[in-house]
Structures are given as C-alpha cells and as structure tokens.
Ligand binder design. Structure first.
Ligand code: PAF
Length: 283
C-alpha cells in the first residue's frame, strides 16, 4: 500500500491505472477506522481492480461548536488496517492540500432543500461541507465506483444528488450498516460514550426496529410512532434531535404505501449518535 499526501501524486498514479484499463474504487473516510469501514473496503475490493481510501477529517463539515479538534485521529492504526485489507492507496492529505485558498474562500457544493432537514436543521452548513469535500475527492480520484455507509443515510442521498446534478460519471454504492452484537451502529463517535452511556446506546436501534415493525404491520400513525420513539429515547437518558419517519426515496413526508426510512439523531453524554432503518410494505 502506498500512502500519498499530495493531490498531484494521487492523480498521476490513478491516471496510470486507468491507462492500463484498471477499474478503480474509492472509499472516502475521516479515519479512526472500524469494522464498518472494513466492510466498505471489502465491497470495494469486489467491485474494482484498485482501491483508494482517503482519511481526511474535513474541517468544512464541522460547526464552530462541534468536535473537529477532538475528532479521534488514529493514522497509524488506520494505515495498518487498510494495508491488511489489501488497499492500494491511502490518501491522507493535510488541510492546506485540500483547501489551498483556505476553507472560507473555497468554492462550495450545495444541495438545497434536502441539506436543511433532519441533521441539516441541527448542523447548519454540515452537508455543504460534506458535498464539497466529496465532490473534490471524487474529482481527484475519478473512480468508477465510490462507496459510502448507509448509516449516514441523509449524507448518502446528498452525495447521490451531488454526483447526479453535477454529471459526475461514476457509480455510488451504499453499504449496509455494520452493527455491534447488541445492535449499536458502529461509529467513530461511539468512542465518546461512557460505560453507562454505552450500556443504553442499543436503545436507539431497538426503537428504530420497534417502529419498523409497527409500520410493516400496517400502522399509519406516523406522528404517534415518532412521539413514542422520542419519548423512549428521553426515558433512557438521550437528548434526541429528531426521530422521524420519511419516504425512503425523497426524505419527504411519507406516503402510506411504498418504502420508508426511520431516522434518528440523539445525544447522550458527549456523543451525538445517528442511525436509521428502512421499512417496506412491499416485501
Ligand atoms: O462519512 C464520513 O466519514 C464523511 O462525512 C465523508 C463522507 C468522508 C466526508 O468527509
């Protein structure tokens, strides 16, 4: 595995691969890798000849009072894991390399509407930061396929919209959420959980699952189900931002037919956890 920090070196290498007719997969991350990232890399290996993984904690997607400085950075462990997974290139740029004019002055990618609901309502500017860095990274790597976790469901939809609206010629693949045995979705931010918080954290998935079953059993009382979910989270010591049932394709208000996604974001201690599950009446 080669570790590259310069955009020019990355472009040169990927151009060589493409000239040789090789298919390239790309997995963007912010590092502090866990088994969830491992499953993205595993799928990337199945889909392409070459795999590039980026590790970049993107300041543009953090608000002024968020955890940019504290975000866990474990570059040596990340490199070891990626090497063992057969990754070809680890791209690990400094902030200046990605924002040479400074992050305030950089051109931005905005996906209006969908960027200001759910997490976007609580983290203003977050999804513009995500869409901007992902567009930059995709333009640099120009992969045939890029892979993202379904845990960040709204992020995945925003990335799909970015790629579609900006006519970027690549496939975006969503990979199912990897969970701990008790259901907690794997996340770098699980590190922020105290032992007590970690014990109640699986309540998030349990509540999402309870709601999924109610929807699949035919309940159309979406407001009531959302309220029950919020109350259950609060009862267990969470401070929920939202617990919401949406149309799985648009993230708009749900219709009574079709596919649904139930999404939540909830704070506990220092951590803000997000998760979602899909529900379908088509099965
Ligand atoms: O999901 C993440 O880790 C980040 O939001 C991403 C997609 C790597 C962009 O910084």
């Amino acid at each position: 595995m080669q570790t590259i920090t310069r955009t020019s070196d990355l472009r040169r290498l990927v151009t060589q691969w493409r000239t040789a007719g090789e298919r390239v997969a790309f997995v963007p991350t912010m590092g502090n890798l866990h088994a969830g990232h491992g499953s993205l890399v595993h799928r990337a290996n199945e889909l392409a000849d070459r795999v590039v993984v980026s590790v970049f904690v993107n300041p543009l997607q953090f608000g002024p009072n968020e955890d940019f400085a504290a975000y866990p950075r474990t570059p040596e462990d990340d490199a070891r894991l990626l090497e063992s997974l057969g990754v070809d290139v680890l791209f690990m740029p400094e902030v200046d390399e990605m924002y040479p004019r400074g992050q305030e002055a950089t051109a931005r990618v905005q996906v209006p509407g969908i960027d200001s609901i759910l997490c976007g309502a609580f983290r203003p500017g977050h999804f513009t930061g995500v869409a901007t860095i992902v567009a930059k990274l995709l333009n640099l790597v120009q992969p045939d396929v890029a892979l993202f976790g379904e845990k960040d469901y709204q992020q995945l939809m925003i990335i799909r919209r970015t790629v579609e609206d900006l006519c970027m010629p690549m496939e975006i693949v969503g990979v199912a959420t990897t969970r701990e045995t008790d259901g907690l979705a794997m996340s770098s931010r699980n590190r922020y959980l105290s032992a007590d918080d970690r014990r109640v954290a699986p309540v998030i998935f349990a509540e999402l699952e309870r709601t999924r079953k109610a929807i699949e059993a035919g309940s159309n009382d979406f407001a009531g189900l959302e309220q029950t979910g919020l109350e259950a989270l609060k009862r267990n010591g969470f401070r929920p931002d939202y617990f919401s049932i949406r149309d799985a394709e648009t993230l708009g208000e749900p219709d009574t037919g079709g596919d649904f996604v139930i999404l939540t974001a909830a704070r506990i201690g220092r951590a803000r956890l997000i998760d979602n599950v899909r529900a379908s009446r088509r099965r």
